[in-house]
Design a protein. Structure first.
Lengths: 306, 363
């Protein structure tokens, strides 16, 4: 078998949780809210999804539970930042710490238990095609749903009327409020959506990538998802490309080692992060790129006078 | 005048003396306090859990004569100093530091807390009140090689390395040596993930090794991710620290585990009867029971098991040493001459691959 095929296949699996988490955060940030709690929500999703699948034997139940747990946690964030108008950065960081601690506490007795992995689907006639079948039609259902999610988010943000409202609120909540749009409701919905996708991203780790629960298993992926949103300049398509790029570089360094390429492993381990930094530097070189793309009210609390 | 003043304060002296004696008497009846400092959570299913199981065995063995305490999730930073100091202040007289990274903090503390006895795992710096203990993991990995070398069909083994430090390089080298002894054609591929614990990355490394033809993968990282990978792909893997067969019944052939209880009981007894000393470096292996092989997979053919048992017996009686010569490095240069042993200096700072391992140890 061509060695490239397993490499590409693992890239897709590595990128999928990042896509879920980063697409959700894109929507949240486009509404003007900065939620730094992705890592915490992912862990809560991971433990909830794992526990639910273990109890029910069904991956569907697991992913629904994970999304629900992510929403629950994000609503705490929503209440604090949207109703009580706390600082979004500080609250988001607190949410991450809370999620790390809570997931470890809840999952204390789940460590070391195995659960069956969500199997890749087989499409009659298509999966059997050599090369193309392996490359395109041999993944679990969540991979295909991540593509669907991308299309949905893309359509929502650029083509739908509610997406337009959401973007308007992200740019100028005061104006949106003045023309009768509910800033609070829209932002709540966006935050909840971000919570659901982060929860699913977490469950993808504990049910597909490594079907088990271990404390802190997201290992910083929430932060990478956050960086990807800036990396993609708040545009879903670029965010997805960024996720695949990041997954690809992560995979490449492992394959390079296996082939015995004489490159220091520390350098290879650094590569995905270095690539992110370089791209961010390139993007930020022109201040206008960030200025024009970043939602103008990102991170600011909104308080209506009326 | 002078005398009467002394006489008048006599009751005070007596009272002070009694007050001082009272807690002393209570202290004598109090159990001997032993503390454990853990890097991870006790439920990590590996390294830390094995230490905690040994702690429980120690409590069972010595009963009410001792009292044990543990602190989990202690980072290998200056933060750990606070934990050690607090434990000492709480009256713990013997403290087991169960991770390599506590070495420098301990060096500092040993001077400040000269009365506390410290036991440090895998380190190389001792002091008047610090002794070091280390399992002979290389014996376990040699036996992993014995199994893998016989079970492989592709003649390619894989190894997921954590950090390229001597104690880990020894494990990959001894695995290759063990495999070579039963199968001269065998080669080993290594991937270093630069982490002790990251299930996602370990999983990707395992998938990569399997995709590149390695049908027996061993690891020096802590999660069962590679066992799961092997279970799905129908290849073999080896657990570390704990038995991980619940993550892959068919895939896990065996693995190395540790039983620290024998050492912990012996050292605590020594500390209690006053024979404990610092500046010691204890290395225990299969013979002393500190290194224990995980249960063998029932699917392993009897002929393979027979060779495994022979090698194991030879390692225990000392007739076989994992690093006995002749050993060549992977460029063909002789490391250890026939009939001699790897010198301690080389053993302690090993940073070369032996013959048959592809690539170079990352520098």
């Amino acid at each position: 078998m061509n060695p490239l095929i397993p490499m590409i296949a693992s890239t897709v699996v590595a990128a999928t949780p990042l896509i879920y988490a980063a697409l959700g955060e894109t929507v949240v940030e486009r509404s003007g809210v900065l939620n730094l709690g992705i890592e915490g929500m992912m862990l809560i999703g991971a433990v909830a999804g794992f526990a639910a699948t273990l109890g029910s034997g069904s991956d569907t139940v697991g992913f629904i539970a994970a999304a629900a747990a992510g929403v629950a946690l994000s609503l705490i964030f929503g209440f604090l930042t949207l109703n009580l108008q706390t600082n979004q950065v500080a609250t988001g960081l607190a949410l991450t710490l809370f999620g790390i601690g809570l997931s470890a506490f809840v999952g204390h007795n789940l460590a070391g238990l195995p659960v069956a992995r969500l199997e890749p689907i087989t499409i009659p006639g298509l999966t059997a095609i050599p090369v193309i079948g392996d490359l395109l039609f041999h993944y679990d259902i969540m991979v295909y749903l991540s593509v669907a999610l991308f299309l949905a988010v893309q359509w929502f943000l650029t083509k739908s009327r509610s997406g337009l409202t959401l973007r308007a609120i992200g740019e100028s909540p005061g104006v949106a409020h003045a023309i009768g749009k509910s800033v609070l409701t829209t932002r709540y919905l966006a935050v909840a959506f971000g919570g659901a996708t982060a929860g699913i991203a977490g469950a993808y780790l504990s049910l597909v990538q490594t079907p088990m629960w271990v404390e802190g298993m997201s290992a910083g992926k929430g932060w990478i998802a956050l960086a990807l949103v800036v990396f993609g300049t708040w545009k879903p398509a670029r965010v997805v490309i960024g996720a695949y790029l990041f997954g690809g570089v992560t995979q490449f360094q492992l394959f390079a080692q296996g082939f015995g390429l004489p490159i220091p492993t520390e350098f290879l381990s650094m590569l995905p992060y270095a690539a992110t930094v370089i791209v961010l530097v390139i993007i930020c070189r022109d201040p206008k790129t960030i200025l024009l793309n970043q939602p103008a009210s990102l991170g600011h609390s909104f308080h209506s006078a009326a | 005048m002078q005398l009467s003043k002394t006489l008048r304060s006599l009751p005070l002296f007596v009272a002070t003396g009694l007050m001082a004696a009272a807690p002393m008497a209570a202290l004598a009846a109090e159990p001997y306090k032993v503390a454990f400092v853990y890097l991870g959570p006790v439920g990590d299913g590996g390294w830390t859990q094995m230490h905690d199981i040994a702690r429980q065995k120690l409590e069972k063995a010595l009963g009410s004569a001792i009292k044990t305490t543990y602190v989990e999730n202690v980072p290998e930073t200056a933060d750990s100093e606070r934990v050690f100091r607090q434990l000492a202040a709480d009256g713990n007289q013997l403290i087991f530091a169960t991770s390599f990274g506590y070495m420098e903090p301990l060096q500092k503390l040993s001077k400040q807390l000269p009365k506390v006895k410290f036991e440090h795992v895998n380190g190389f710096k001792t002091a008047a009140n610090i002794s070091v203990y280390e399992p002979r993991f290389e014996e376990g990995f040699y036996l992993i090689g014995t199994l893998a070398g016989q079970m492989t069909k592709s003649n390619t083994l894989g190894f997921i390395g954590s950090f390229p430090i001597p104690s880990v390089v020894r494990n990959i080298d001894s695995m290759q040596l063990g495999a070579q002894a039963v199968n001269p054609k065998v080669k080993t591929k290594a991937i270093w993930v630069n982490t002790w614990y990251d299930p996602g990355k370990e999983r990707q490394a395992a998938d990569t090794l399997i995709a590149q033809g390695a049908d027996n993968v061993a690891q020096n990282t802590d999660s069962p991710a590679s066992i799961q990978a092997a279970q799905e792909k129908g290849t073999y893997a080896f657990s570390i620290d704990a038995d991980m067969s619940s993550f892959g019944k068919k895939a896990q052939l065996s693995g190395t585990t540790e039983d620290w209880s024998g050492y912990y009981i012996a050292e605590t007894k020594k500390a209690m009867d006053g024979t404990w000393t610092g500046n010691r470096h204890t290395r225990w292996g299969l013979k002393e029971g500190m290194v224990v092989m995980a249960p063998l997979n029932p699917d392993i053919p009897p002929a393979v098991v027979k060779v495994f048992e022979e090698k194991k017996a030879a390692l225990i009686d000392g007739s076989l040493k994992p690093f006995g010569g002749p050993i060549k490095d992977n460029t063909g240069k002789e490391l250890v001459a026939a009939g001699s042993q790897m010198p301690d200096a080389m053993f302690n700072s090993l940073s070369t691959y032996v013959d048959g391992i592809e690539g170079n140890v990352p520098k």
